[in-house]
Design a protein around this ligand. Structure first.
Ligand SMILES: NC(=O)c1ccc[n+]([C@@H]2O[C@H](COP(=O)([O-])OP(=O)(O)OC[C@H]3O[C@@H](n4cnc5c(N)ncnc54)[C@H](O)[C@@H]3O)[C@@H](O)[C@H]2O)c1
Length: 309
C-alpha cells in the first residue's frame, strides 16, 4: 500500500470517536504524524474526558505510528491556538488540519432553547473557524518566510446543512456556515499554498445511531462491506490531505460507504432586471414567473423532486 501522507503532520479534531477516530488511524497508516484532538464530550457536548483520545494514540503507537493526544476545546479561541502551536512544537511543522469535532442538540425550532442554539453553533462553527484561523496564520508566516507550503484544511459539513433537514435548525445552520466558510477560506488561502475543502459524511456513529436505526436499513452480513461504517469516510479525507490533491480546493463532497459525490453549490439562477426600482405589487407576476423557470430546491437527500422521478 502506498503511504500517501508520509511525514505529514496532521491535526484531527474530535478524533477520539466515530468518524474522526477512523481519520486519525487512516492517516497513521499512511505515514502521517497525528495530533489526536478531543475533549471527550458526550454527544450533546456535556462532560469531558482525556481517556478516549489517549486510546486512539495508543492504537496508533501500537501500529508503529507517531501520535499525541490533545484535549483542547476547539471552540475556545485560545485552546485552538494552543492546539496548532503544540502540533508545531511536537512535530516541527503542520501540514493538515481536519476539522471534524461536533455535537448534536436536535430540536424543532419552536421548542429550541437559546443554549441548544448557542452550544451547537459554537462547537461546529466557531470550532471550525478557530483552528482554521490559527493554522492559516501559521501557514501565511511560513509562506512569507519563503517556505514551500503545501497545506490542507478539510472541514466537516453535513447534508443537514447544505440541503436542509427539519429538526436540526441549529446544527444545519452551523453546517451550512461551514460549507460557506470552506469556499471563502479556499479563496483567501490559496495564495499561501493552502487548499480548503469539506466533506459531508454519512456513517453509523453514536451521533446517528438513532436516525439510522429508524431508517430500517438491514445490518450487513459479518465480514461484508458495511456502507455505514465510519471508516469509509477516511480514504477521501486522507487523499484530500495528500500532495496529489494539490489542485482541489473550495469543494464539498458527500461521502457514504463507497459513494462519493460533489455537492454543487448555490448558483444565480433565472434573472429579471427592470433597470429601475420595482413597485412591490409588480412582483405579483414577476416572482412566480422567475420561480417557474428556476430549478426547485433539493430535498434533504440532495436530489431535486424531478431528478428523483
Ligand atoms: N455520523 C454521521 O453520519 C455524520 C453526518 C454528517 C456530519 N457528521 C459530522 O461528522 C463529524 C464527526 O461526527 P461523528 O458522527 O463521528 O460523532 P461522534 O460523536 O462519534 O464524534 C464527535 C467527537 O467530537 C468530540 N468533540 C465534541 N465537542 C468537541 C470540542 N469542543 N472540542 C474537541 N472535540 C470535541 C467528541 O468528544 C467526539 O469524540 C461531526 O462534525 C458531525 O457533525 C457526521
Amino acid at each position: 500500500m502506498a503511504a500517501i501522507c508520509d511525514g505529514r503532520v496532521v491535526i484531527v479534531t474530535g478524533a477520539a470517536r466515530g468518524i474522526g477516530r477512523e481519520h486519525a488511524l487512516e492517516f497513521a497508516r499512511h505515514g502521517a504524524r497525528v495530533v489526536v484532538n478531543d475533549v471527550g464530550a458526550e454527544v450533546d457536548g456535556s462532560g469531558s474526558s482525556t481517556g478516549p483520545a489517549g486510546e486512539v494514540v495508543e492504537a496508533i503507537r501500537a501500529m508503529g505510528g507517531e501520535a499525541v493526544a490533545d484535549g483542547s476545546d476547539v471552540s475556545d479561541f485560545e485552546g485552538a491556538r494552543r492546539l496548532v502551536a503544540s502540533a508545531v512544537e511536537r512535530f516541527g511543522d503542520l501540514h493538515v488540519l481536519v476539522n471534524n469535532a461536533g455535537i448534536l442538540r436536535d430540536r424543532m425550532l419552536v421548542n429550541m432553547t437559546e443554549e441548544e442554539w448557542d452550544s451547537v453553533i459554537r462547537v461546529h462553527l466557531r470550532g471550525t473557524f478557530a483552528p482554521l484561523r490559527h493554522a492559516a496564520a501559521y501557514w501565511r508566516e511560513r509562506h512569507k518566510a519563503g517556505h514551500d507550503v503545501d497545506a490542507r484544511i478539510i472541514n466537516t459539513t453535513s447534508s443537514s446543512g447544505i440541503y436542509g433537514n427539519p429538526g436540526q435548525g441549529n446544527y444545519g445552520a452551523a453546517k451550512a456556515g461551514i460549507a460557506g466558510l470552506t469556499v471563502i477560506a479556499a479563496r483567501e488561502l490559496g495564495r499561501y499554498g493552502v487548499t480548503v475543502n469539506a466533506v459531508a459524511p454519512a456513517a453509523l456513529t453514536r451521533m446517528t445511531e438513532g436516525l439510522i436505526a429508524a431508517s430500517g436499513r438491514p445490518e450487513p452480513e459479518p465480514g461484508a462491506f458495511a456502507p455505514a461504517a465510519p471508516d469509509n469516510i477516511a480514504p477521501l479525507v486522507v487523499w484530500l490531505a495528500s500532495p496529489g490533491a494539490r489542485d482541489v480546493t473550495g469543494r464539498v463532497f458527500n461521502v457514504r460507504g463507497g459513494m462519493i459525490s460533489v455537492a454543487e453549490g448555490w448558483r444565480a439562477g433565472p434573472m429579471v432586471d427592470k433597470g429601475a426600482r420595482w413597485a412591490p405589487h409588480e412582483l405579483d407576476e414577476v416572482v412566480p414567473a422567475l420561480l417557474e423557470k428556476a430549478r426547485p430546491n433539493v430535498r434533504p437527500d440532495g436530489v431535486t423532486p424531478e431528478d428523483a422521478k
